[in-house]
Design a protein around this ligand. Structure first.
Ligand code: FAS
Ligand code: PHB
Length: 388
């Protein structure tokens, strides 16, 4: 089998890249390790930067998002039982869209079906060959049969635990990592959200976040110890802890209910450089991870796709500038989002080794944010998404 661009990974980045390239007349094959149902069972991101909204619309998959998504003009930050609002619309004239990654991925799968896009599920033993040659190819097995896919380019959209990054020689790859000494315990519940907008709460006991998917589906998180286990947390224990950490008025409004999903996500910052090696490109979580405090993970995957999509279209038009500079262009935005996510995580979480001085620094920064338009403008322009 042969295609122009082999895409490893059928998550949001792989599907979006496949959809955009197909619409531009470039044929792709997506190789996905899991079943579609499994991919769609994962509960992950909830907030889209406006750049991501526009990319999904450009890919022809914005209709349900525009009908069912929630444009938000701001978020609340809360500490010491008091909340204040960061008004994106007033500060930077932009919004974000609350629309679950699961739904966006579902929309992408359905669009691939409509265009008869080639997405092959349940593949195993994917290997990339000749990435540093002019004739790369990918081998994989499916139902016990080995296959070979010849291509011009390979897009590694296979997430943090994928095979693509491992294909780049250790002598070439540079890795940067910060593992945080805590995780996020998340709950999805069929309950009305506690507020119309998100609440990020800093508290002595630890961070908490009130988010949502729609008017009947809420997403909540509390910071937990790095070695905590989801089985240590009954639903009641979760709701009690969440109430302790959010402002009293919100705690009084909180509608609780049985969790329909409950899991703990570890937090890390991670970047692999370069994001290109020969004819292999790394995209999304295959190249970088951010703590979810800044709502950047999915959005960074989309901005990588933006750069690679345009680079590949140009390459097929005879202009190699985009593919030549993809890594440095994508990394410039990646590092700025890493910085923002790292700073939001440092501001809002209780670090186990935090001393009295660091506690005062967090309080001072939140106090400065609450009363400075300049500080709020900086947070707002990062949260809604820096320009591509
Ligand atoms: P993905 O990991 O989504 O997709 C990679 C795909 O490649 C997967 O479907 C996988 O099955 C497949 N794959 C892997 N190895 C393969 C192989 N060898 N062969 C073939 N296929 C292979 N981001 C936010 O912005 N906000 C959040 O709240 C948030 N919460 C998260 C919670 C969790 C538990 C996790 C893990 C991530 C969270 N993220 C969040 C980040 C997440 O949304 C990612 O940024 C986003 O899924 C990135 O998309 P992809 O790069 O497509 O990677
Ligand atoms: C979510 O709704 O899952 C969500 C929202 C904002 C974040 C992280 C997660 O920063």
């Amino acid at each position: 089998m042969r295609c122009q661009v082999a895409i490893i990974g059928g998550g949001p980045s792989g599907l979006l890249l496949s959809q955009l390239l197909h619409r531009a007349g470039i044929d792709t094959v997506v190789l996905e390790r899991q079943s579609r149902d499994y991919v769609l069972s994962r509960i992950r991101a909830g907030v889209l930067e406006w750049g991501s909204v526009e990319m999904l619309r450009e890919a022809g998959v914005g209709a349900r998002m525009d009908a069912e998504g929630y444009p938000h003009d701001g978020v609340y930050l809360a500490c010491r039982n008091e909340g204040f609002r960061i008004d994106f619309k007033d500060l930077v004239g932009k919004q974000v869209m609350v629309y679950g990654q699961t739904e966006a991925t579902r929309d992408l799968y359905e669009a691939r079906d409509r265009m008869d896009g080639k997405v092959i599920h349940n593949v195993e033993a994917v290997q990339i060959h000749g990435a540093d040659s002019d004739a790369p190819y990918v081998t994989y097995t499916r139902d016990g049969t080995e296959h070979r896919l010849d291509c011009d380019w390979v897009a590694g959209c296979d997430g943090f635990h994928g095979v693509s990054r491992q294909t780049i020689p250790a002598s070439v790859l540079k890795e940067f990592e910060r593992v945080y000494p805590f995780g996020w315990l998340g709950i999805l519940s069929e309950t009305p959200p506690v507020d119309d907008e998100l609440i990020y709460a800093q508290h002595e006991r630890g961070f908490a976040l009130c988010s949502m998917r729609n008017a009947r589906l809420s997403r909540y998180y509390v910071q937990v110890a790095q070695d905590d286990k989801v089985e240590n947390w009954s639903d009641d224990a979760f709701w009690d802890e969440l109430r302790r950490r959010i402002p009293e008025d919100a705690a009084e409004r909180l509608v609780t209910g049985p969790s329909i999903e409950k899991s703990i996500a570890p937090l890390r910052s991670y970047v692999a450089e370069p994001m290109r090696w020969g004819r292999l490109f790394l995209v999304g979580d295959a190249a970088h991870i951010v703590p979810p405090t800044g709502a950047k993970g999915l959005n960074l995957a989309v901005s990588d796709v933006h750069y690679l999509y345009h680079a590949l279209v140009q390459a097929y038009e005879g202009d190699a500038h985009g593919v030549t500079h993809y890594s440095e262009q994508a990394l410039a935005r990646v590092w700025k989002s890493e910085r923002f996510s790292w700073s939001m995580t440092g501001l809002l979480h209780r670090f186990p080794d935090r001393g009295a001085f660091e506690a005062r620094m967090q309080e001072a920064e939140l106090d400065y944010l609450q009363h400075s338009r300049a500080a709020q403008t900086s947070l707002a322009e990062n949260y809604v998404g820096l320009p591509y």
